[in-house]
Design a protein. Structure first.
Lengths: 158, 294
């Protein structure tokens, strides 16, 4: 049956081509979940930074309880072990990722940035309830830690 | 046939005239007369002009202007020179007038044109008082004995004489925002267009590397090849003036993302300015024409 053989062959080639295209344009489930987790983690930072940041920028009145809670959240977030986030093949070569290849090339430097953030947020959590001035002073190193890591390890938007 | 020598002669004469007319033009000898440098004021100018962002090394101190940072471009890679106070490897041996000529006229101590990777294209609008204050401050900073490295620029861009016509075409002393209606706008214009040289990254360039004035601050490809430098005209930057000023102070965006990449170095500078200066920059950015990207 030459026709049937040909059909089978075409189906097989189309399937191969489609799989290849799929592999190029899509991530494995592990990669996608790691990227989702990274982005969610960053969103949680941003949410809690917003609570204290509004007070630091004098946009809302200081509230010791809100400040303490948000600062404790930031410290807890910074203490999370991120080791599983940095799956191979999820750097800027992937659509939607702003994680620079330097993260993988210099994992020790990258981890040092995480330690810096953990230290800054822990110190911040200790003073965030002690009044507006104390909170403002503790907030500075947190922001500098964000910038320091983003300077070296995060790519700009496309 | 007998005409060829004539045409050739005319071409050589034209080239010669072009070279002569666009030869490096340092400041006049009396340009700094009657100015008294104030090094303390110069520290603020140093921050506003962003000197450390390019001339410090990745690992060195924020005040050690040792050079070595690399800047990729379509014309090759420029390497920031040592501009520390070292008399041999830095610019400690240059006179105030020689340094001022480099800063506002793009002319080196040896009389050659400097590449516009050094933004004298913006600094040419700086007040001469600010320039002498800046120089006085730079003389107080530590010396580095690291030799300056050569730029990695191929032919024909390695011909510095070609920068003469380039300057004639692309260097202007005119403000882009022609009228600044308030004192704040005038101050903002000065900080953005002269000292801050924001347009050097935020405005796209033409084929010869000149800024495209009709696309002022409309965003540009990143010369490093990575991502895009954003459009900061009112067409794209929807933040309030207060949001912009806070960002320049802390690096936090209104939704508490934080600055990254080259802007981190910029914010290290703008965080040293006064609240009034940051507000002036914000006012300026709201006053420039809105240019949407296609």
């Amino acid at each position: 049956m030459p026709i049937k053989g040909l059909t089978l062959l075409s189906v097989a080639s189309v399937f191969t081509l489609v799989s290849a295209a799929f592999a190029a344009g899509h991530l494995t489930q592990d990669q996608q979940r790691a990227m989702d987790a990274r982005n969610a983690h960053m969103t949680l930072y941003s949410f809690n930074l917003g609570k204290v940041g509004a007070m630091v920028q004098d946009r809302v009145p200081y509230d010791a309880d809100v400040a303490s809670a948000a600062a404790a959240n930031l410290a807890a977030l910074a203490a999370i072990d991120e080791a599983g986030y940095w799956v191979e093949g999820t750097d800027t070569s992937i659509e939607g990722s702003r994680a620079k290849p330097e993260i993988w090339a210099d994992m020790a430097g990258f981890e040092a940035e995480q330690v810096k953030l953990a230290t800054a947020t822990a110190a911040f959590a200790a003073v965030a309830g002690d009044g507006l001035d104390a909170m403002k002073a503790g907030f500075g190193p947190v922001g500098q830690s964000c910038s320091s890591c983003h300077e070296s390890y995060r790519a700009p938007r496309e | 046939m007998a005409r060829w020598p004539l045409i050739l002669g005319a071409m050589v004469a034209a080239l010669g005239a072009g070279w002569y007319l666009t030869r490096p033009a340092p400041l006049a000898d009396n340009a700094l007369d009657r100015l008294t440098p104030d090094a303390a004021r110069g520290a603020v100018i140093f921050a506003a002009a962003g000197c450390a962002s390019c001339h410090t090394s990745e690992t060195g101190a924020d005040t050690l202007l040792t050079g070595g940072k690399r800047f990729a471009s379509p014309f090759g890679t420029f390497v920031a020179p040592n501009i520390s106070s070292d008399p041999v490897h830095g610019v400690g041996g240059w006179s105030d007038l020689e340094l001022a000529s480099a800063i506002v006229a793009g002319v080196s101590q040896d009389g050659s044109h400097l590449y516009p990777a050094f933004p004298y294209t913006s600094y040419n609008k700086a007040d001469m008082q600010d320039v002498v204050d800046l120089i006085a401050h730079m003389r107080t900073l530590p010396a580095s004995d690291a030799p300056s490295l050569p730029h990695e620029i191929g032919f024909p861009f390695n011909l510095r004489a070609a920068l003469g016509p380039w300057k004639a075409l692309f260097v202007s002393e005119q403000w882009v925002l022609a009228t600044a209606e308030t004192d704040a706008l005038e101050r903002g214009r000065y900080l953005v267009e002269a000292l801050g040289h924001c347009a050097e990254c935020h405005t796209p360039r033409g084929a010869l590397g000149g800024l495209q004035g009709d696309q002022w601050m409309a965003g540009a490809p990143n010369p490093s090849g990575e991502g895009r430098i954003p459009n900061i005209t009112p067409a794209a930057l929807q933040w309030s003036e207060r949001d912009i000023a806070e960002y320049l102070k802390s690096g936090f965006t209104p939704d508490f993302d934080s600055a990254g990449g080259e802007m981190v170095a910029v914010i290290k500078n703008t965080s040293q300015l006064t609240d009034a200066d940051r507000a002036a920059i914000a006012a300026y950015l709201k006053a420039i024409p809105a240019i949407a990207n296609p």
